[in-house]
Design a protein around this ligand. Structure first.
Ligand SMILES: [Zn+2]
Length: 142
C-alpha cells in the first residue's frame, strides 16, 4: 500500500504554515496513477500559498513496483546528519532495516526493500525509475 499523512509545513521563505500531504511510500502496482504524479512532480512538492516559494519537501520516500521488482528509496541529504534516523533505517552495509509500513508484505518484497536502490534527490528517484523502465523495454524488444 502507498502511505501518506497530512502534516503542517512551514514555508522556508515566509514562514507561513499550511497543511500538505506527505507521501512516505508509493506502491505503483496498486496505484498506477501515483507513478504519474511522481513523474509530473506532484508528490511531496510544496507550493506556498502566501509567497512564491516552491520546492520538494525533505521527507524520505520509498518507491515500490512489485511487478517490475523495482525498489528505491529517496533519502534527503539533510537526513545524513541525523544519527538516529540512520541507525534506525540502515545497517552499516547500507541495507535497509525492517520497519517500513510494507513489513507485512511477502518475503520476496522484503528482500527487494532490504536492497533498495538509494538516491539523494527526487529528480534522481524519477531518473532511476525511468532507467529501470528503459532497461525492461530494451530487453523485451530483443
Ligand atoms: Zn511562503
Amino acid at each position: 500500500m502507498s502511505s501518506h499523512e497530512l502534516l503542517e509545513v512551514e514555508c522556508p521563505s515566509c514562514r507561513a504554515k499550511q497543511d500538505i500531504v506527505i507521501w512516505k511510500s508509493l506502491n505503483v502496482t496498486r496505484d498506477p496513477e501515483i507513478r504519474e504524479q511522481l513523474f509530473t512532480g506532484k508528490i511531496n512538492y510544496f507550493t506556498c500559498g502566501s509567497c512564491d516559494f516552491e520546492g520538494f519537501i525533505s521527507a524520505p520516500l520509498v518507491y515500490h513496483d512489485r511487478e517490475k521488482k523495482i525498489c528505491a528509496q529517496y533519502v534527503p541529504v539533510e537526513y545524513l546528519e541525523d544519527e538516529e534516523y540512520l541507525k534506525q533505517s540502515f545497517t552499516p552495509d547500507a541495507e535497509i532495516r525492517p520497519g517500513l509500513p510494507e513489513d507485512t508484505a511477502r518475503i520476496a518484497d522484503r528482500d527487494c526493500f532490504r536492497h533498495a536502490h538509494i538516491v539523494f534527490s527526487m529528480a534522481e528517484l524519477i531518473r532511476y525509475v525511468l532507467f529501470r523502465d528503459r532497461l525492461l523495454q530494451v530487453f523485451q524488444a530483443t
